[in-house]
Design a protein around this ligand. Structure first.
Ligand SMILES: *Cc1c(COP(=O)(O)O)cnc(C)c1O
Length: 940
């Protein structure tokens, strides 16, 4: 009897499928195929040193044991992380629903209307509450949002000053992230007590916290005026719940608001993930980093959503980019938006009032017992002054299972939230040694700062307050969308593989979900052990010596890795080395990260086969030899090919004194077969939301650990609460970044084991080569490596067909929707092509369904080419077809309705219908609307 192996569930093709695929590709075994595909210079022939694979039940039992070693205390630490009740209807039907969590970033808007609407709700929440004009669809966390606000201010300010002023009452971890981002850019951060110290004569931006970390709520109007007088922009990092009661930043004249939406129903997760936000006043929207959802119209003129102003995004702008954010926090933004939909404006106000009442009672009880409470207006946080007794009070509270904030030897911070109860207050009072008070007390909100403007007046925030209505709204939106729960998403470079249910189980357990990132170490032993094991396994898989999971997306891992290189050079007296070589085929985040790390980007060309041009590389190295800091290459290349020149490339750069950064987003083609840390690279980031099974969530969350060889280990990210010391940067606001989702890759590695992981890589490469083999005669496969083989993805070249027939890659992508597919990656890394990455998780039936659809589409293209169907009116040009269109009373098209609706062998009982026809993106960019449109817009 053999125990059931998880790997057999994770890997789609069974042995029979595998045999047939190998026959098509022309190899006798996966080993034989891999021997032929992978260049021997990078090949690693060992067996990964990982624990023997656990079954699903065993892995869950081990996770339970780790969870049991965490202590869920009542968290009153505050500092931007608060207890919150996730409405169960949202937890189960969003956070735990594959219809939401397995979706991809909504680049194909016709199949993403559900999450686009949900994100538009989120943007509306942020703009309404902050009183600003435009908000994006989420940032990575409050710290990074504040840092992006700083660079936005730098770009928008007319001031030539390099000085950025930060309120000393800002969150300490935010100050650390801002300082880390500022340093390589030459920005001079001045932390000032703005209530007492004078502002400098010149500065380009000012960062204020509202309410402050101490809890103080201050009127910022005077400071905003002073900043504007010298041409500086003002960012207010504001608490969204407090803004339901307090005058919003936009009404005080702030230019930018930044923060987090965590307390809108998203568990703390020991630091993340949750959705940061960024909002700007009118006039700055075209400088806003990150993704922005907007309203446009479809081919029938009906309103439809899509990503707006995409040319702002970094992957288009490359070295001209001003931000590297790519994967953000969509799933968590959806949750926060839905929390506001469920509670509505009145519900939010009453949660805020109750939270404030708790804080006011707390303060009154302390004062009644003779404890000094800082004499300021506050919302949810009070700072108590207890000369020399602070540590003692915090310890006494911990004994009562309550965590307080130790500000310094004399001061204790206490934050209330939605979950605070009278019993919690009594525990806090007891810890201070006071009796407390009963009954209601006066509010401590400043009357002059009371909010008078209305918010969330759109009907969506007033219509779904019963659970039935909410459940149906969530179902309606998720039904609009195509996610992995419907079929394959063959997006090259994105690795849309199985996100197994067992891997997802632990993330909502209270012992993982409800820990504050700054909880004492004694309460987080299980978490830290899990993280230590995960970092160790990732080091083993990649061949590096040290790993940090702090970066909360691939882009952030890139920045962390490049900053490590920068610090390393500086530590050796080579701080002048600032040139980063980047091949022309690189992902846009690479160049953007290099710019953020203070480097100059020099582009290296590719040869006719798509490989890094080693002749051009020599020329660029010669030209920049003394200034060379690093090269940043993706392996396998973004063309999906195992380049044979990689070892040579590493040697050339090392000989010139540079470091080698290998972008590890494509690790799914390497695990078990090659280790970047062994074939010449110094540092990589990995994308745990690609290779290691964290679901994409519709555009986040992600985790982008940075992995380094020993000489770079001293420069890995540090503790954001530890201050900006020893050159260790704060890459995100919490020490372990998005710790709350680390049980997912932990479970994947634990259940796959060395053999399972290696098999997965082999099958992923087999699947890509199978697709290439089946489609080669219908669409040229653009690049190949050894023996005509591709790695884990293949590029289909549509340019000759487009030239001959006018049918574009867009037409093919939209027609695939009619066939029941998400399109492959479009026009990356080569314009006019489709990049297909099937992954190991899709079985042969699904791979064949995709290949058959592509072959059928090729025949349709030929009919356009031959003139049988007119160029402007054919199933490709009109795709995707909606149910309304094909059942309309008029049908003026030169092909039958059934060809539009049910092409090929589409299953008529399981047809996916897009809710809108093809969307006109340019129209929406000319008429920018980035919050919920009025219902009248939808009247036909
Ligand atoms: C996905 C990807 C990135 C960026 O990762 P994010 O998590 O989206 O920031 C970088 N490089 C490559 C090659 C990628 O595929």
């Amino acid at each position: 009897m053999t125990a059931e192996q998880f790997a057999d569930r994770h890997i789609g093709p069974d042995p029979d499928d595998e045999r047939r695929m190998l026959e098509t590709v022309g190899y006798g075994s996966v080993d034989e195929l891999m021997d032929a595909a992978i260049p021997e210079v990078i090949r690693w022939h060992g067996t990964l040193d990982l624990p023997a694979p656990a079954s699903e039940r065993e892995a869950l039992a081990e996770l339970r044991a780790l969870a049991a070693r965490n202590t869920v205390a009542v968290s009153m630490i505050g500092l931007g992380y608060h207890g919150t009740h996730t409405p169960a209807v949202i937890r189960r039907n969003v956070l735990e629903s594959p219809a939401w969590y397995t979706a991809y970033t909504p680049y194909q808007p016709e199949i993403s209307q559900g999450r686009l609407e949900a994100l538009l709700n989120f943007q509306t929440v942020v703009t309404d509450l902050t009183g600003l004009a435009t908000a994006n669809a989420s940032m990575l966390d409050e710290g990074t949002a504040a840092a992006e606000a700083m660079t936005l201010a730098r770009r928008a300010s007319k001031s030539k000053s390099p000085v950025y002023v930060v309120d000393a009452d800002a969150l300490p971890q935010t100050i650390a992230v801002i300082a880390s981002r500022a340093e390589p850019l030459g920005i001079d951060v001045r932390v000032l007590d703005v209530t007492r110290e004078e502002l400098p004569a010149e500065f380009f931006g000012l960062h204020l916290q509202y309410p402050g970390a101490s809890g103080a709520v201050r009127d910022h109007a005077g400071l905003v005026g002073a900043a504007h007088a010298v041409g500086a922009l003002v960012t207010v990092a504001a608490d969204l719940l407090a803004l339901t009661l307090l005058r919003p930043p936009g009404e005080v004249g702030a230019d930018i608001a930044a923060g987090t939406s965590q307390r809108f129903g998203v568990p703390m997760g020991f630091g993340g993930p949750h959705a940061g936000y960024l909002a700007v006043r009118a006039g700055l929207e075209r400088m806003l980093p990150g993704r922005l959802v907007g309203v446009s119209r479809d081919a029938d003129g009906n309103p439809a959503y899509r990503l707006a102003l995409q040319t702002r995004e970094q992957h288009i702008r490359r070295e001209k980019a001003t931000s590297n954010i790519c994967t953000a926090q969509v799933l968590l933004a959806v949750m926060a938006g839905m929390y506001a939909v469920y509670h509505g404006p009145d519900g939010l106000r009453s949660i805020a009032r109750r939270t404030h009442d708790m804080a006011a009672r707390l303060a009154a009880g302390l004062r009644a017992g003779g404890v000094e409470v800082a004499d300021v207006a506050f919302f949810d946080t009070v700072t108590a002054v207890v000369a020399g007794r602070a540590a003692e009070v915090v310890a006494a509270a911990a004994e009562r299972n309550v965590n307080l904030r130790l500000v310094d030897a004399d001061r204790v911070g206490v934050s209330c939230d939605e979950t605070t109860t009278g019993a919690h207050l009594r525990s806090v009072w007891a810890a201070f040694g006071v009796a407390g008070v009963d009954g209601d007390v006066d509010a401590a909100l400043p009357a002059a700062l009371a909010r008078t403007s209305d918010f969330l007046t759109h009907p969506v925030f007033r219509s779904h307050h019963s659970e039935t209505a909410m459940l149906r709204y969530l179902r309606r939106l998720s039904d609009f969308d195509y996610a992995l729960d419907r079929g394959m998403i063959p997006l090259g470079s994105c690795t849309m593989k199985l996100n197994a249910t067992t891997e997802m189980e632990a993330i909502t357990w209270p012992e993982f979900a409800h820990l504050h990132p700054f909880a004492p170490d004694t309460q987080t032993a299980g978490y830290r052990e899990l993280i230590g094991q995960l970092e160790g396994w990732l080091a083993e898989v990649t061949g590096y010596d040290a790993v940090s999971v702090q970066p909360n997306a691939g882009s952030q891992g890139e920045l962390a890795g490049l900053l490590a290189i920068r610090s390393y050079h500086a530590s050796r007296g080579a701080g002048h080395r600032d040139v980063c070589l980047i091949p022309s085929s690189a992902h846009g985040t690479n160049a953007a990260s290099a710019v953020m790390a203070g480097m100059r980007v020099v582009v290296v060309g590719c040869d006719a086969d798509g490989n890094v041009d080693l002749v051009d590389l020599d020329a660029k190295i010669d030209k920049h030899r003394d200034a060379l800091a690093a090269i940043m290459v993706t392996y396998p290349s973004t063309h999906g090919v195992y380049e044979t020149g990689i070892a040579q490339l590493c040697a050339k750069v090392h000989d010139a004194g540079g470091q080698v950064y290998v972008d590890g987003a494509n690790l799914n083609a390497l695990v078990g077969f090659a280790k970047p840390g062994r074939f010449g690279a110094d540092v990589s980031h990995l994308n745990l939301h690609k290779t290691f099974c964290i679901p994409h969530g519709g555009g986040g969350p992600g985790v982008g650990p940075v992995a380094v060889r020993a000489h770079l280990a001293p420069f890995l990210p540090g503790d954001p609460l530890g201050g900006h010391v020893d050159g260790k940067p704060a890459i995100s606001a919490a020490r372990y970044g998005s710790a709350g989702i680390l049980p997912i890759p932990w479970a994947y590695l634990r259940m796959m084991g060395a053999q399972g992981l290696t098999r997965a890589t082999g099958v992923a490469v087999l699947a890509a080569n199978y697709v290439a083999a089946r489609l080669r005669n219908h669409f040229p496969v653009l690049y190949a490596g050894n023996k005509g083989l591709v790695a884990h993805e293949c590029i289909l070249d549509l340019r000759p067909l487009t030239k001959a027939t006018g049918v574009s890659v867009d037409d093919v992508a939209k027609r695939l929707i009619d066939y029941g597919f998400h399109a492959p990656t479009m026009s990356f890394p080569v314009a006019g092509t489709l990049m297909v990455e099937p992954t190991e998780s899709e079985d042969l039936a699904e791979l064949d369904r995709f290949c058959d659809a592509m072959i059928a589409i090729r025949a349709e293209i030929d009919k356009v080419g031959s003139g049988e169907w007119p160029a402007g009116d054919n199933p490709l040009a009109n795709a995707p077809h909606t149910a309304a269109m094909v059942t309309g009373d008029e049908w003026p098209h030169p092909y039958p309705r059934s060809v539009g609706a049910y092409p090929g062998t589409v299953d008529r009982m399981a047809k996916y219908w897009p809710p809108v026809r093809r969307i006109d993106g340019a129209y929406g960019d000319r008429n920018l609307v980035c919050s919920c449109p009025s219902p009248e817009a939808f009247e036909s």
